[in-house]
Design a protein around this ligand. Structure first.
Ligand code: BGC
Length: 409
């Protein structure tokens, strides 16, 4: 049996725009309401966690989790450029205090996909002064809330931002330019370092790092030169650009790793993260292949940065909770295997705690351990997998997933 380290963080994750509701002052709100964006529906009230966080955190704690990952909504904290909202900072103080009160160690991400409207209008990450502006926000958060934040994520999935905001055009501002994706990658490296230094200057005791989705990528056809070359490019974009930078030191105390699926890269495919032939592999509601072995590979790859690893996201969109149980079993087995092989992993946050707003896909892909009925007063109902996972959290033993689920307690 794997010995998970003492104090291992066992929890689940969300992000502000996906759960809070009413985040009307950011670039995503505009994108969701733009008929040309391809978004299936707007976020609206999300799952109203803005008003329900205390009950939600009590529920997660009652299920056995000991940690929880949330993000701060930058557009609420700095609604106009350089003007910080005392009321919103006080709100997030109450939110993070509530995590502590429920015995959940907070992991707080500074920026998870959304940008304040004013920042987006100045050119977003590619605009002048983007890095300094983000660092100023990080400083303010550290000053006002940092005493409550033992674990801090700087930027969530800069790789996905480079890809979706600037290269495929599926996230705002909807650009389709490889050059911009490469330029943005350089900005993200600098922004991570700047936010890290800003936070650590105020709160040297905090553990700060980026949250990186680094899927293993392989050529769909190893004999096809185009596939091989594109794979090298994607490997740099999602993995080496960041790991090389972290190896130089200074931008992180840990690597936040997020894993969903590995990718077979085909130069002929419009969507490199989709399985090459969906009829031959198990897929999720996102159309992604279920590939647990890629998780072990991603963990070992992340460890080459020479830093501890925290799994800041891993999960499945499914309407079949049995499938979620299988996914948990196979992926936690990979996690245990990596720890047994010497990878220094400090925590695991399942994505997601609750069904929530899945960006351009709206509310159809259900990632939650806890279902949310938005038509019935946002009613929360934990799935059997939430109880089973809670037993893992309580016992530090993944074989709890093999025992019959006892249900609500
Ligand atoms: C993001 C989450 C998202 C999840 C599932 C990650 O890319 O950080 O916000 O909901 O994957 O798509």
């Amino acid at each position: 049996m794997t010995d998970f380290p003492q104090g291992f963080l066992w929890g689940s994750a969300t992000a502000a725009h996906q759960v809070e509701g009413g985040n009307v002052n950011n670039d995503w709100w505009d994108w969701e309401h733009d008929p040309a964006s391809g978004c299936v529906e707007p976020s609206g009230d999300a799952i109203d966690q803005r008003n329900r966080y205390a009950e939600d955190f009590a529920l997660l704690a009652s299920l056995g989790q000991n940690a929880h990952r949330i993000s701060l909504e930058w557009s609420r904290i700095e609604p106009t450029e350089g003007k910080f909202s005392k009321a919103e900072l006080a709100h997030y103080r109450r939110v993070i205090t509530s995590l502590h009160d429920n015995g959940l160690t907070p992991f707080v991400t500074l920026q998870h996909f959304t940008l304040p409207r004013w920042f987006a209008q100045r050119g977003g990450w590619l605009g002048d002064g983007a890095v300094e502006t983000f660092a100023r926000y990080a400083t303010r958060v550290a000053e006002e809330l940092g005493d409550l934040m033992p674990w801090v994520g700087t930027i969530n999935e800069p790789q996905i931002l480079a890809l979706c905001c600037y290269m495929s055009g599926s996230f705002p501002p909807g650009h389709k330019s490889n050059e911009e994706g490469i330029q943005a990658t350089q900005v993200f490296l600098e922004a991570n370092r700047a936010a890290y230094s800003a936070f650590k200057t105020v709160r040297p005791e905090a553990q700060v790092g980026p949250c990186l989705q680094m899927p293993p990528v392989h050529p769909s056809d190893p004999a096809n030169e185009d596939d091989v070359n594109l794979t090298k490019f994607f490997h740099w974009l999602v993995s080496d650009a960041y790991l090389d930078d972290l190896r130089k030191g200074g931008g992180a105390d840990f690597v936040g790793l997020q894993y969903y699926t590995k990718a077979a890269i085909s130069a002929a495919s419009a969507s490199p993260l989709a399985p090459a032939d969906p009829t031959k592999v198990e897929t999720t509601l996102m159309g992604w292949a279920v590939t647990p072995e890629g998780f072990g590979e991603a963990l070992r790859n992340a460890a080459t940065a020479g830093l501890p690893v925290v799994v800041t996201e891993n999960g499945i969109a499914t309407s079949d909770d049995e499938q979620r149980m299988r996914y948990l079993r196979s992926h936690l087995a990979e996690l245990a295997g990596a720890i047994d092989a010497g990878v220094d992993v400090r925590g695991y946050f399942h994505w997601s705690a609750f069904d929530n707003f899945e960006w351009a896909h709206g509310y159809r892909p259900t990632f939650g351990l806890i279902a949310v009925d938005r038509e019935d007063d946002f009613r929360r109902t934990p799935h059997p997998s939430a109880y089973a996972y809670g037993e893992v959290c309580r016992t530090n033993d993944i074989s709890a997933l093999d025992r019959p689920v006892t249900g609500a307690r």
